[in-house]
Design a protein around this ligand. Structure first.
Ligand SMILES: Nc1ncnc2c1ncn2[C@@H]1O[C@H](COP(=O)(O)OP(=O)(O)O)[C@@H](O)[C@H]1O
Ligand SMILES: [Mg+2]
Length: 214
């Protein structure tokens, strides 16, 4: 299953979520690839000194589609991190994806600006003449705030794209764990961050199972 994490807005958590999903999936014994298509190479630079069983890192640019074709039979899961502004890379990654996840911060500014990413996704769907399931993921939500309750309704009023049930909150663990090349789960299995990423992994893996008719 090929999942692209994308949003033309920088700083919404694409790389953080990609790394946690890839590390978490590899730790569950799935053969996992992470393709970093951002020229800043955040994922590669963060993880390259911490080799993991079942996880292979790849770099790509506009050729991401060809790379996916070449490696896809070797992996259960391929996660693709995308850059904020390169349209071609984003389009090419979307075109080879089974699912797209759009991380969003819980603010009207970020939510409104997601429209451009959704338009891009629709353009790709038109080009390949195929629907690509697309989901929003709320990230950096401040726990126990009124906003955290209101934001789901706000999104549903603006878009028809579904929101994943799991959401990630604003927690230092996301930065801290990656200093050691670890997911929040490896870093501290019983932390709140680990629990929410575990829930997200289950939800993403369920999408995989339903796609494969299991
Ligand atoms: N859930 C979170 N809680 C706290 N900080 C986060 C969270 N997700 C991302 N961050 C931080 O936000 C910043 C931007 O995240 P990043 O993953 O680089 O976004 P993007 O790849 O979309 O530009 C980083 O400093 C990262 O550590
Ligand atoms: Mg990034």
């Amino acid at each position: 299953m090929i999942i692209t994490l994308t949003n033309q807005k920088g700083g919404c958590g694409k790389s953080t979520v990609t790394m946690n999903l890839a590390l978490g999936t590899a730790a569950l014994n799935y053969n996992t690839a992470l393709i970093d298509t951002d020229e800043q190479k955040s994922c590669i630079e963060t993880l390259q000194d911490f080799p993991k069983t079942n996880l292979q890192l790849f770099e790509a640019g506009k050729n991401v589609g060809e790379l996916v074709e070449k490696i896809k039979n070797k992996f259960h899961f391929i996660f693709i991190d995308t850059p904020p502004h390169s349209h071609n890379i984003m389009y090419n990654a979307m075109a080879v994806s089974d699912f797209i996840i759009i991380p969003l911060q819980a603010s009207p500014l970020d939510i409104k600006s997601a429209k451009r990413t959704i338009d891009a996704c629709e353009k790709v769907e038109g080009k390949i003449n195929q629907k690509i399931p697309c989901y929003f993921l709320l990230n950096r939500v401040n726990p126990r705030t009124k906003l955290s309750k209101e934001i789901g309704t706000y999104i549903r009023e603006l878009y028809t794209i579904p929101l994943l049930q799991s959401r990630l909150h604003n927690r230092v663990a996301y930065a801290q764990s990656l200093m050691y090349g670890k997911s929040v789960i490896e870093h501290n299995r019983s932390s709140d961050a680990a629990l929410e990423v575990t829930k997200l992994l289950r939800e993403v893996h369920r999408l995989f199972q339903s796609k494969n008719g299991k």
